[in-house]
Ligand binder design. Structure first.
Ligand code: ATP
Ligand code: MG
Length: 399
């Protein structure tokens, strides 16, 4: 039998609650109830309903409080807010915080039925996607991430485990190991994927501009601020923000960032009011974070906040068994990019690639193969198509 998705009704007025239960039963759904926000929160944590249908105004934990907690706990749960008359601003606030929809009490039941149907379809889509990606992982790929070794499989399992949640993830690993690929994969597998993925390289932005870049600014906030501008947090609203090279961020910006993460609110430079944000935050660094903390470049409290889940990308030399599958997948990609029919790799060329230590990791592998794909005339990549260091020769002197 197909497992029925659970719908939780949260309503302090018993008559309204019972009427809703009757309606849902009539439509063939199984409904659970809670008489207040606190009781509802216990049930949400316990049974993870597919949909929460909640009253806005309740004594104690309000509908908005419940919505915030639910979004943090699992964005896969759809939230429909039921509102009384004259509470339109709250309803707007609710949709901004990620409520799927809001309905006025006493609304046409047929409308409620449509909204519920959409919610459940979304939930089912989410479930199917997870299943599809699990299958993909078994074939040695998860989204754009390729690898079949034990190390890469561990990485893929961890990604699948954390993607559906709102937890921050810290991704570490040497340059070119695929940290950004991991971040994008997490985004693609998460309920945030219908909104933007924004990556900001903290090392590439001048110290004086970083806060404005992250948090935005109002017109006239500083010399040269001719117009107000959204920051990365606002740009990533509802989606995912990757803070790349987090250890390179100035300490004052780190302190502000921590506050934004704690409060889920951002204030543009020079602004009076704050904006509530619902953004999945990922961070990455190619230097060991412990070292950055020791040298005073990374705030320990920020590190703890970001390091809820840690994904460590192995350097390519530690999972050489992935070289062949990686090379094949990259060649396929690159041939497509350069409009060439897919090429094979000669066994001797592959042997040379196994002997090379790949200090630049998968990025270097990709670069070497890109050159090979472009210069190779035939349909097999030969040793001569590989660049000198890979062939064991000193690099050609370029002037
Ligand atoms: N496991 C992987 N599967 C497929 N492609 C990969 C993998 N790892 C890396 N790549 C490819 O290698 C290149 C570099 O990856 P990415 O930009 O994610 O590295 P990075 O760890 O963020 O590096 P940096 O620290 O220099 O920013 C990209 O072109 C990416 O497509
Ligand atoms: Mg990167």
């Amino acid at each position: 039998m197909v497992k029925q998705p659970k719908i939780l009704i949260v309503e302090d007025d018993e008559r309204v609650r019972d009427a809703l239960v009757d309606l849902l039963k009539e439509w063939g759904y199984s409904a659970d109830t809670a008489a207040n926000g606190t009781e509802a929160w216990e049930k949400i944590e316990g049974v993870e309903p597919a949909v929460v249908l909640s009253d806005l105004q309740m004594p104690g934990l309000t509908g908005l409080d419940l919505l915030k907690r639910t979004r943090q706990f699992s964005p896969a749960i759809s939230f429909i807010m039921l509102t009384g008359h004259g509470t339109i601003q709250h309803a707007v606030e609710a949709t901004r915080l990620g409520a799927f929809d809001f309905l006025e009490k006493g609304t046409d039941p047929a409308h409620l039925q449509v909204v519920l149907r959409n919610c459940l379809d979304r939930h089912e889509g989410e479930r199917q996607l997870q299943i599809a990606h699990r299958k993909l992982r078994d074939l040695g790929a998860l989204g754009k991430l390729v690898g079949n070794s034990k190390k890469m499989r561990q990485v893929m399992s961890l990604i699948q485990l954390v993607a559906p949640s709102a937890a921050p993830v810290l991704i570490t690993g040497e340059s070119g190991t695929g940290k950004e690929v991991v971040a994008r994969t997490i985004h693609e597998l998460s309920p945030y994927r219908s909104h933007s993925f924004v990556a900001v390289n903290c090392a590439a932005i001048p110290e004086t501009l970083i806060e404005s870049e992250l948090f935005g600014h109002e017109k006239g906030a500083f010399t040269g601020a001719f117009e107000s501008r959204m920051g990365c947090f606002e740009l990533a609203q509802g989606g995912t923000l990757l803070l790349d090279e987090i250890g390179e961020m100035p300490l004052t910006a780190q302190a502000k960032l921590l506050r934004v993460l704690e409060d889920s609110k951002v204030r543009r430079l020079g602004a009076k009011s704050e904006t509530t944000i619902s953004v999945r935050v990922l961070a990455s660094t190619n230097r060991p974070p412990e070292e950055a903390i020791k040298s005073g470049n990374l705030r320990r409290d920020l590190y703890y906040r970001l390091n809820v889940v840690h994904i460590a990308m192995p350097p390519l030399r530690d999972h050489p068994e992935d070289l062949e599958i990686l090379a094949a997948s990259l060649v396929e990609d690159l041939c497509q990019k350069h409009n060439r029919p897919t090429k094979a790799i000669d066994p001797e060329a592959l042997r040379l690639m196994y002997e090379y230590p790949w200090p630049g990791n998968v990025r270097e592998l990709r670069n070497v193969l890109e050159r090979a794909v472009v210069t190779c005339a035939g349909d097999v990549i030969m040793p001569g198509d590989l660049s000198n260091p890979v062939r064991g020769l000193a690099a050609a002197v370029t002037v």
